[in-house]
Design a protein around this ligand. Structure first.
Ligand code: ZN
Length: 136
């Protein structure tokens, strides 16, 4: 039996592109970047920055990978909904609000909580769909 441990780059990129299109943020660019976090949505440039540690994904990383992509897509959706400048302002206000309340600017940030919920709620159905489509 052949165990395919890694997902091909083509299939990985296809998954990202399917997700971006599905959530109507198909104009978002994707860039691999060496960074501390797993991923980051750059509001100013409309770019989904993906850690180089995701250059190749192992099967064991699929869940984490899908949650991460969906999380960042949610930021892209918010950015589209409010307009990126407005969203950036709202996000910064939320950070200041959390700091003023002696909370964590990210962990307690409502935009981060919503984005993470979105990832947690939706990764399973995409996992099943991509599996069915033989993307991994
Ligand atoms: Zn986030």
């Amino acid at each position: 039996m052949l165990i395919k441990e890694f997902i091909s780059k083509t299939n990985k990129n296809q998954m990202i592109s399917i997700l971006l299109k599905h959530y109507n943020v198909g104009n978002v660019k994707v860039k691999q970047k060496s960074m501390k976090n797993h991923a980051h949505y750059n509001v100013d440039t409309g770019t989904l920055e993906l850690s180089t540690r995701y250059k190749t994904i192992k099967l064991s990383q699929v869940k984490e990978f899908l949650i991460t992509i969906l999380h960042e897509i949610y930021h892209a959706m918010d950015s589209k909904k409010y307009g990126w400048k407005k969203f950036k302002e709202m996000y910064e206000m939320e950070m200041n609000y959390r700091i003023a309340k002696d909370q964590d600017e990210y962990k307690d940030n409502k935009f981060e909580i919503e984005a993470e919920d979105f990832g947690q709620k939706n990764w399973k159905k995409w996992n099943s769909k991509f599996k069915k489509d033989k993307l991994f």
